[in-house]
Design a protein around this ligand. Structure first.
Ligand code: 5RP
Length: 262
C-alpha cells in the first residue's frame, strides 16, 4: 500500500485495529435534523471519544475548528433530499482535489444496491476509487438503504458489502444484523457498523455493537444513537469501551450508568 494511503488509514484505524467514527453528515439529505441543528456544537464535547468524524465539506468548513479536531472522513456523495423523489439518486458532489485540500483522511459515499439507481451509485464508487487511488485516499462505501430499513438482513447486507469491496472500497460501512458474521466473512475489507435510527434502550445498542465486534467488525460509525441520546457523552464512553477496551455489553451498560450519574 502506498505510504500516503497507509498513513491516512492509520489516522482512522487505531493501533488495536479498531475504530470509532462519529458521523454528523445526516444533514446532507435530512436538513437540520433533531440534535444536529448546530453540528459543530453537537460534536464538540464528543470529539475526545471518537477517532474520526464523517462530515460534508460545508459543515466541516463552517462548523468544525480546523485546529482542535479529529481526522476527517469527507462525505462526497449527495444530491438528494428526504422530500425528493428518491434518496438513491446520488452523485459525487465533492472532488478528490477538495478532499486533499481539506486534509481528509478518507472519503465516503453511499451505494444503493437493489435500488433503481444501483448502477449509478456503484459507478460513483468505482469512479471515485479510480480517482482516489491516484492520491492515496481511502474510500469508505456506505451500504445505504434509504427509507427501506427492512432491507437490513444478512443476505442483503452481505451482498451489498461484498459488491462495494469488489469495486475497490477500502472500508465498508454497513448495518449490524442477525448473523452478522455472514456479512463480515463475505467482505474482504474491514467492516464498520452504522447505528440506524435511535433504539428504545441504550442496552440494545451496546448489545448489537458488542455482537458485531465479536463477529469481526473493526468498529463503528454510529451517530444518532450517540448524539440524539439525552446522555451523549455517557453513550460515547460506553461504546468506546466496547470498541477499544474489550468491554462486554453488560460492562458498557455499567459504564453508561456510572457516567449518567456524574
Ligand atoms: C447518513 C450516514 C450515517 O453516517 C450513518 O447512517 C451512520 O449514522 P447513524 O448511526 O445515525 O445511522 O451515512 O447518511
Amino acid at each position: 500500500m502506498d505510504w500516503g494511503k497507509k498513513n491516512r488509514l492509520s489516522q482512522l484505524i487505531q493501533k488495536d485495529g479498531h475504530c470509532m467514527f462519529m458521523p454528523i453528515d445526516h444533514g446532507y439529505f435530512q436538513g437540520p435534523t433533531t440534535k444536529l441543528e448546530k453540528p459543530g456544537e453537537t460534536v464538540k464535547p464528543l470529539l475526545p471519544y471518537c477517532d474520526a468524524i464523517f462530515v460534508t465539506r460545508g459543515v466541516l468548513r463552517s462548523c468544525i475548528d480546523p485546529v482542535n479536531t479529529k481526522p476527517i472522513i469527507l462525505r462526497v456523495s449527495g444530491g438528494t433530499s428526504m422530500v425528493g423523489e428518491d434518496l438513491a439518486n446520488e452523485e459525487i458532489t465533492t472532488s478528490i482535489k477538495e478532499a486533499v485540500r481539506l486534509n481528509a483522511s478518507a472519503v465516503g459515499l453511499s451505494v444503493f444496491i437493489g435500488s433503481k439507481y444501483e448502477k449509478q451509485t456503484l459507478m460513483n464508487l468505482a469512479n471515485l476509487v479510480n480517482e482516489a487511488e491516484d492520491y492515496g485516499m481511502p474510500v469508505m462505501a456506505v451500504t445505504a438503504v434509504g427509507k427501506e430499513l427492512e432491507k437490513r438482513d444478512a443476505r442483503y447486507l452481505a451482498l451489498a458489502s461484498r459488491i462495494a469491496a469488489e469495486l475497490g472500497a477500502t472500508i465498508v460501512k454497513t448495518y449490524w444484523c442477525e448473523n452478522f458474521d455472514k456479512v463480515v466473512n463475505g467482505c474482504p475489507v474491514p467492516v464498520v457498523m452504522a447505528g440506524g435510527p435511535q433504539t428504545e434502550t441504550e442496552q440494545e445498542v451496546f448489545d448489537f455493537v458488542y455482537d458485531g465486534m465479536q463477529k469481526g467488525a473493526i468498529g463503528i460509525n454510529l451517530g444518532r444513537n450517540i448524539w440524539k441520546h439525552d446522555y451523549p457523552i455517557a453513550m460515547a464512553k460506553a461504546l468506546r469501551a466496547i470498541v477499544h477496551e474489550n468491554a462486554t455489553a453488560k460492562e458498557a451498560g455499567q459504564i453508561f450508568n456510572a457516567e449518567k450519574k456524574r
